[in-house]
Design a protein around this ligand. Structure first.
Ligand code: AMP
Ligand code: GLY
Length: 420
């Protein structure tokens, strides 16, 4: 199959790496890709946010499958355009991607289909939002309705915090409508499935580490590390399958939403059972980098099955063991990253055979230059989480770039216990 991958971050590097292992693959293009992805795919100067350009490339080159990595091309209509141009597309329609691109849409969807979630109010004025926050006793999450690149949620624990949160978010484009919801407590897991809109096939549950600093301190980030599989209690996993995954896919079908792609549910394991905090209409970053090395199946074949609505339901086959991915970031990330430094990746990645997925780099002679806030995700795998973690950190110690910042406690809490 001739495949076009949209995107160019660490998640897309891992997707390209996995697609490249498929015996079905005859040609892989990436738009825009990255210098690291260029080792696996041909980069093409097509703007993923330009539906006409994507459709034009599909037609001109006989692209058979388009794999959409990030959410922005979905919101721009590029998945619909590629489908209209005749390609199989792994990526939901723009209308279905509203599960991610509009939090109020997602909340209405969850309410309608009985999917467990925090109680919430959609608010169009600041006064309404502040009143809703007071009704939750000030303990609430204030959320901008639209896409906000991970900056659209403020969690408020003390009365008085919510007013400032409402004012801050209401001033942003994404925050013209706000969602205010009750504060939930508990560990979080990432549940990612592939779906063809009729059935789901689950990847192993995983876990992100959103906070910048060790001990889950500091500001929220795009993700400082991930582990898979998340050591999830079996009964909780069964509840997630029936209460979240079955109901979500049935809801998509009932509502006539064309959803063929990856579906991400951010689930909080509360004392009251699992509750969905958010949906993403794509795979997670950095979770994908830790999950795909465990997948014991052909990603391209699965993506084509989703796109052609012939997916087999169930839990996808996985290799034994675990993977841990650690994000290496530029100094100053996330507020004011200072990339531009040299990275020497020439040393081998250690006995554990870790992999460095590139999120923000460009080639420079024998090495690389950091170009982004998040620079690399180094993924170690092993027979268990402890070994995977040791392999990841052993590989990181071999990378020569003293500027890189990272957390040293990724997966430390999860060792030897279940999250629920
Ligand atoms: P979201 O983008 O909706 O997943 O929110 C980002 C982060 O905010 C989540 O990963 C949680 O850590 C936190 N969060 C969101 N909603 C709630 C809630 N209702 N209660 C507590 N924390 C929340
Ligand atoms: N790791 C969280 C996300 O991809 O949104």
């Amino acid at each position: 199959m001739k495949v076009l991958l949209l995107g160019g971050g660490g998640r897309e590097h891992a997707i390209a790496w996995k697609l490249a292992q498929s015996p079905l693959l005859t040609k892989l293009w990436a738009a825009p890709g990255s210098d690291a992805i260029a080792e696996l795919a041909e980069r093409v100067p097509v703007d993923p946010l330009d539906p006409d350009a994507v459709a034009g490339f599909v037609k001109a080159n006989g692209v058979e499958l388009v794999f959409v990595g990030p959410e922005a091309p979905l919101d721009a209509g590029s998945s619909d355009a590629a489908r209209a141009a005749g390609a199989l597309v792994f990526g939901p329609s723009r209308a279905a991607a509203r599960l991610e691109t509009s939090k109020s849409f997602a909340k209405d969807f969850m309410g309608l289909h009985g999917i467990p979630a925090a109680r919430s109010r959609g608010c169009v004025t600041r006064e309404e939002a502040k009143a809703a926050a007071r009704a939750f006793g000030g303990r609430c999450a204030v959320k901008a309705d639209g896409l906000a690149a991970g900056k659209g949620v403020i969690v408020c624990r003390e009365p008085g915090e919510a007013d400032a949160a409402v004012d801050a978010l209401a001033a942003t484009t994404a925050g013209r409508t706000l969602v205010v919801e009750e504060l939930l407590e508990g560990p979080e897991v990432t549940v990612m499935v592939l779906t063809d809109g009729r059935v789901w096939a689950a990847l192993p549950p995983s876990q992100d580490h959103k906070r910048l600093r060790e001990g889950d301190q500091g500001p929220n980030t795009g993700g400082m590390g991930a582990l898979a599989p998340a050591p999830l209690d079996g009964a909780v996993w069964e509840r997630i399958k029936t209460e979240v995954l079955d109901r979500t896919v049935e809801g998509l079908r009932a509502d006539g939403l064309d959803y063929r792609g990856a579906l991400y549910a951010g689930v909080m394991l509360t004392a009251d059972g699992p509750k969905v905090l958010e949906y993403n209409a794509r795979l997670g970053d950095p979770e994908t980098q830790a999950v795909l090395p465990l997948l014991d199946a052909d990603l391209l074949s699965l993506a084509a099955d989703c796109a052609a609505a012939r997916l087999k339901p169930g839990v996808l086959p996985v290799k034994s063991g675990a993977c841990v991915g650690v994000t290496l970031a530029s100094p100053g990330y996330p507020e004011a990253p200072r990339p531009g430094f040299f990275i020497d990746l020439s040393a081998d990645m250690g006995m554990g055979g870790a992999t460095a997925f590139h999120a923000g780099t460009k080639r420079s002679g024998d090495g690389w230059i950091a170009t982004g806030g998040r620079v690399l995700t180094v993924v170690g795998c092993g027979p268990d989480l402890a070994a995977a973690r040791a392999n990841a950190y052993d590989a990181i110690a071999r990378i020569k770039a003293p500027e890189l910042r990272y957390r040293r406690d990724i997966a430390a809490k999860a060792l030897g216990r279940t999250v629920a």
